[in-house]
Design a protein around this ligand. Structure first.
Ligand code: 16G
Ligand code: ZN
Length: 531
């Protein structure tokens, strides 16, 4: 067939280095940009097949998130804007690793297994981050799509969540919104402005926020959005990419792991600050107190703020909807304790990786999911959205109920439900703080984090570590969990676990305890037990 000839011809332009093996991991393919040309071309092919079989638009995002500038990566987006389904992750790995001469056979194998009708049309949306390699690599994706006769739309520079959003809008015929950058800003900002109207006595000072753009795409997009905010939020942007290097000493990952402010940001005591990561799907907040001590408000604090707000609104609106918070093993023990015992919401723990949290959150009327690293969003079931809508449109309601229903409706609209989104999360958090008249210090004081420490350990083969119970317990190698248990017993309020990383060749160690010294010691002792 003609299209296979074209694939053969084009694949010669993006040849695979013989012997190179890469894996579609937790967040797609990710490695040094020099090794990715063939991967991108092949992901263009795969997205085209996925589009044919789902009869829907598929997304391909070129980014390596918080990794250094020299790296790049790619992930596929399924029709509703969610991460690509696990069977296709396996296909992605197979296609990526087929040697040059076996590429057509690998492609035909997928077509056969999925019984794909090759005459079905295909549509692929492509986006990229600001890395210097992204232009060349996204062109390779586009080449892959056209080699198989698919149609593509190149969104150019977009955040990862913006691309997820576009895909969802396209496949829901505009019901979720308009599949353009302008449509995205309008929907989010209009909802934000409506929410802000409920913030009485909010001074100009309280409307101020310092944003660390990680020298990446988030910085560009926040600038683009600013005019839509109608001065309801005053953003001072740092690390906007004009001077510094992407993710270097800045961004959400740096701030969370180092527990210190990013370079290049001026922080005045008590001022609200936040950091995005390199593709703007994560956010963390922080401030420095009058003594210059740094305070981090991570994904767990965000989940607590949002779920408290939603629960209060549900009570005021008289809506009986089941709300749950989904976390991972990294969630600070204090947050879990507060959510379960004080807030009395359902808490679920899943394996690390957005797709696991997203999936668990879908089981509830309202599922708030956040990783401690700041990636997360809120999902509303269709039934929940309908109930809120009905209530908001019911004119016979008394004031308090009506207000709560309208707040819920605008909350739904400000949230990007397809995936964690730093910009959307930021608008929601800012609106909640304004409505509740809460300072960042008051938010921080909802509960006190247990001191914690994360370490990475290099081992000869990280796959010997196998875990269970949402990665909270090790089942192999034999004796490791018992060793961890007896170390944990030495400290008060202590907890520790180990897990093989899904993105780096290391084993990760997490420990928390009553004091920072104890957490540090425990993490160190557990990492020795891993060797
Ligand atoms: C990826 C995941 C992130 C997770 C991290 C864990 C997505 C989009 N991203 O970046 O959610 O926290 O991996 O990395 O799923 P690790 O396995 O190396 O600890
Ligand atoms: Zn990211």
């Amino acid at each position: 067939m003609a299209e296979f000839q074209e694939v053969s011809k084009q694949s010669g332009v993006h040849p695979k280095p013989a012997g190179l093996v890469l894996q579609y991991g937790t967040a797609g393919f990710r490695t040094n940009a020099e090794q990715l040309g063939h991967i991108m071309f092949r992901m263009g092919l795969l997205a085209t097949l996925r589009s044919k079989t789902t009869k829907a638009t598929i997304g391909v995002m070129v980014t390596a998130s918080h990794n250094p500038e020299e790296d790049n990566g790619v992930k596929l987006v399924d029709p509703m804007g969610e991460m690509v389904t696990p069977t296709w992750e396996v296909y992605a790995t197979q296609l990526a690793n087929a040697e040059q001469e076996d590429l057509l056979a690998a492609l035909k194998d997928i077509i056969e297994k999925e019984s794909i009708n090759m005459s079905q049309e295909a549509n692929v949306f492509v986006g990229k981050d600001t890395r210097s390699s992204s232009a060349r690599l996204s062109q390779a994706v586009l080449d892959g799509v056209s080699a198989l006769g698919g149609q593509s739309k190149d969104y150019g520079l977009v955040t990862t969540p913006q691309l997820h959003y576009m895909v969802c809008c396209q496949n829901t015929q505009g019901k979720y919104g308009e599949a353009t950058a302008e449509g995205y800003y309008k929907k989010l900002c209009q909802a934000f402005i409506q929410l802000s109207k409920n913030a009485s006595n909010c001074t100009d000072d309280q409307k101020h926020l310092s944003v660390d753009g990680a020298n990446g795409i988030g910085a560009l997009k926040v600038r683009e959005m600013e005019s839509h905010l109608k001065k309801e939020l005053h953003i001072t942007l740092f690390n906007d990419g004009s001077e510094g290097k992407l993710n270097h000493q800045c961004g959400a990952d740096f701030v969370k792991v180092q527990q210190k402010p990013p370079a290049g940001m001026k922080i005045n005591p008590g001022e609200r600050c936040c950091s995005y990561d390199g593709d703007a799907d994560r956010i963390v907040y922080y401030y420095s107190d009058s003594e210059g001590i740094f305070h981090l408000l991570d994904g767990d604090k965000v989940a607590t703020l949002i779920s408290t707000f939603l629960k209060e609104l549900l009570t005021q609106a008289g809506l009986d909807l089941k709300i749950a918070v989904v976390q991972t093993a990294y969630a600070n023990g204090s947050s879990t304790n507060y959510l379960e015992n004080t807030m009395k919401v359902i808490v679920r723990c899943t394996k690390t990786g957005v797709k696991h949290l997203h999936h668990a959150a879908q089981e509830f009327d309202i599922g708030v999911y956040f990783e401690a690293n700041g990636h997360g969003t809120v999902l509303f079931s269709k039934a929940a959205e309908e109930k809120v809508q009905q209530l908001a449109e019911n004119s016979s309601l008394i004031d308090e109920k009506k207000r709560a229903a309208l707040l819920l409706q605008n909350t739904i609209n400000v949230i990007n439900q397809t995936v964690g989104d730093a910009i959307s999360d930021m608008l929601l958090i800012e609106a909640i703080l304004a409505i509740k008249g809460m300072t960042i210090q008051q938010w921080d004081a909802i509960y006190t984090d247990l001191p914690n420490r994360q370490l990475k350990v290099k081992v000869s083969d990280r796959r010997v570590i196998d875990t269970t119970d949402a990665e909270r317990r090790a089942v192999s190698p034999a004796g490791l969990q018992e060793a961890i248990d007896s170390l944990v017993k030495k400290y008060r309020q202590a907890r520790s676990f180990v897990r093989p990383s899904g993105t780096e060749d290391v084993v990760r160690v997490y420990a928390e305890a009553e004091t920072q010294d104890s957490a540090d010691d425990l993490a160190h002792e557990v990492s020795l037990a891993v060797y």
